[in-house]
Design a protein around this ligand. Structure first.
Ligand code: PRX
Length: 647
């Protein structure tokens, strides 16, 4: 594999205090050879109420997966993200909020963050929320979303943030699965100049017959008229109006859950991954500091959404644990137009920008507009996350956004991993566009073939991680057995990521994408099974198969094959009604890009849909179908090819 190399030494911007490659290698080896010593020392980056005496206690045996770090220590995550900075940084900015409309912004100091979090924490207590209770957070990208997360952490409640783009059904499923007693939401979410209803979506979710655990809904007023609320609802401002600005942080065990975050898998409903307090925060803090080589006083912007793990770890917990100034952006990168990102960078003098390839591609396809009307002189580092970055997008990001001055850290990780796992370190690692480069401290990646044999040297295979790291998810909420089955049963005693990957002669890792039935659409993770089960719930759909296909901007698009209930007339209106159905049932992010009706789907004689064939047709590679002799009725394929949509 040949690739251009961008040696770190060539960068005009020097990275003070960055590790040399030699230092990285030595430290990395010690993290692998002596995890107890290494992480025992790293754990000290947090303030503990009761110090830990044990560090690592983990087992990857599929029937009894057990991951514990710092297990006898106690701490509070919110006081680590706020209180401990107050003696030196009370007046420093914790959060810079940039509103949807240009010109609307706000700075929140660490003292204000403390006061707001404590008030809400006291408000939640008034509503009866206790340690261990689950709270759903369905919020726009406003500072109150971070306050809500930290207020839960302060009183030991477990938050579950639901992405504000999800539909009522998706909210209801998550409420039921985690048995939440309170929802925190807002009246509206402002995106690209349009107010989208949040409270209404929550109300619709709560109307579902099977949702009966929610006792209260807290509603933040994000600009819509303030109307009287129903009995079980309370305005955020009313709830906190008489609440004290101090709230004693609850003492939590390192292994007490901090949050549950739902993500899609290849089967069944989304899984609620459980992240705990101590190890997660150590991981969030250390990765944020080392990958970005973050220095106090710098303004750092992770342009993700708090509804995803990237927002949890790299907008809220990592930066705030490090006393950083973190930017929260309510809007979209293309509103009012493509110049917005550059303008925000100049306005807030941002040093570090961390975003997703899909956002880069969306800006790139508008030519160089994104680079107009801004100098971006303050930038020193760029980051990407969420999907493989194609070399063209990498080059464009490097040249047009970073003006060839900024290194790009391409960070590979997952909801399950809590924080970045394979990633360059700013100022340390030479770059190759499209490669996430080398493992972070404590991460032991390996490649295996389909039988689980480990591949050495330059190779391509399935990516596994051989041992535990502190930020790892501990379980699937309410279903520990599924946790073992999903991640630890494909290969013995290792964690299976679900990703394919290549390793080059320099030991650099190149993620090639999912090897299971999980799609990555605009950096959003979606299970084909989830979309299929939504599709077959439509009254005119008999059978559905969903596959991904290469999409210039989204990375992957959603291609749907449907067989109708017999006697159904296929009309454009019907196709539209199916598309709208999925949007409403799941989320606009799950909207099919292409819908092909077919009298039948290609199946084996035992009735299994041959997705391999459907993927090839969707990718317009129908001349590479391979062996189709095992199909029950090969003529189905001719029809599918003839009527294919991606030509
Ligand atoms: O396929 C990988 C891809 O995103 C998946 C994880 O998605 P999610 O849990 O939603 O977390 C996204 C944010 C961390 C992975 O299994 N992925 C993530 N980062 C990269 C990536 N693929 C290639 N390169 C990356 N840097």
């Amino acid at each position: 594999m040949t690739a251009s190399l961008y040696p770190v030494a060539d960068f005009e911007y020097k990275h003070d205090n960055a590790l040399s490659m030699e230092e990285y290698k030595v430290l990395y080896q010690s993290s692998i050879n002596h995890p107890n010593e290494f992480w025992g020392e790293q754990g000290l980056r947090l303030d503990w109420m009761k110090p830990y005496t044990k560090v690592k206690n983990t087992s990857f045996k599929k029937d009894n997966v057990s991951v514990k770090w710092f297990e006898d220590g106690t701490l509070n995550v919110s006081s680590n993200c706020i209180d401990r900075h107050l003696p030196t940084r009370a007046k420093d900015t914790a959060i810079i909020w940039e509103g949807d409309s240009p010109g609307v912004d706000k700075r929140v100091s660490y003292q204000e963050l403390h006061d707001e979090v404590c008030k809400l924490a006291n408000g939640l207590k008034k509503l009866g929320v206790k340690k261990g209770d689950r709270v759903i957070i369905y919020m726009p990208m406003v500072p109150q979303a971070a306050y809500a997360m930290l207020a839960c952490a302060r009183i030991g409640a477990v938050h579950s943030v639901v992405f504000a783009g999800f539909s009522p059904n998706a909210i209801a499923d998550r409420i039921i699965d985690c048995g939440a007693s309170v929802v925190i939401t807002a009246d509206v979410n402002k995106r690209g100049g349009k107010p989208l209803p949040l409270k209404e979506n929550v109300e619709e979710a709560l109307e579902r017959e099977d949702v009966n655990c929610i006792q209260h809904t807290v509603v933040f007023n994000n600009g819509a008229p303030i109307n009287p609320l129903a009995n079980t609802q309370v305005w955020w401002h009313d709830l906190v109006s008489n609440c004290a600005m101090t709230c004693e942080p609850e003492e939590m065990n390192a292994e007490d859950p901090l949050f549950v975050l739902y993500t899609s898998g290849s089967t069944g409903k989304p899984k609620g991954l459980v992240h705990t307090s101590g190890g997660y925060l150590v991981w969030a803090s250390m990765t944020h500091e080392k990958i970005f080589n973050y220095k106090p006083g710098e303004v750092y912007w992770c342009a993700a959404d708090v509804g995803w793990i990237t927002g949890h770890t790299y907008i809220v917990y990592g930066p705030l644990a490090n006393g950083a100034t973190t930017v929260m952006f309510e809007g979209v990168p293309t509103y009012p137009d493509e110049r917005r990102i550059g303008q925000i960078i100049d306005k807030h003098q941002i040093s570090i920008l961390y975003t997703a390839p899909t956002a880069i591609r969306a800006l790139m396809c508008k030519g160089d507009l994104a680079a107009q009307d801004s100098t971006r002189d303050s930038l020193r580092l760029l980051g990407t996350v969420g999907e493989p970055i194609n070399p063209e997008a990498w080059q464009w990001y490097y040249e047009k956004v970073g003006e060839k001055k900024c290194q790009i850290v391409d960070t590979w990780w997952q909801t399950e991993t809590g924080g970045a796992m394979i990633t360059p370190l700013a100022g340390t690692t030479d770059l190759k566009p499209g490669s996430a480069t080398l493992p972070f401290f404590g991460v032991q990646p390996a490649l295996v073939d389909s039988d689980g044999n480990e591949l050495e040297g330059e190779a391509e295979g399935n990516l596994i991680i051989k041992d535990s790291w502190p930020g790892q998810a501990r379980s699937i909420h309410g279903d520990h057995e599924r946790y073992g089955q999903t991640y630890f049963s494909a290969y013995d005693n290792v964690y299976f990521t679900g990703d394919g990957c290549k390793r080059d002669a320099d030991g650099y890792y190149w993620i090639t994408g999912r090897v299971d039935d999980v799609l990555n659409v605009s950096g959003h993770r979606l299970g084909t099974a989830e979309i299929e089960s939504s599709l077959v719930a439509h009254e005119k759909v008999a059978e559905a198969a969903v596959v991904g296909y290469p999409h210039d901007i989204k990375g992957q698009g959603i291609y749907v094959y449907l067989t109708p209930i017999s006697g159904t007339e296929i009309t454009p209106e019907l196709t539209k009604s199916v598309r709208d159905w999925v949007r409403h049932d799941l989320s606009p992010i799950a909207t099919p890009d292409m819908i092909q009706w077919s009298p039948g789907l290609p199946k084996t004689r035992s009735g299994k849909i041959m997705r391999r064939i459907l993927r090839k047709v969707a990718a317009n590679e129908h001349d590479q179908l391979g062996d189709i002799s095992t199909l029950a009725d090969p003529s189905v394929v001719d029809n599918i090819i003839e009527n294919r949509l991606n030509k």
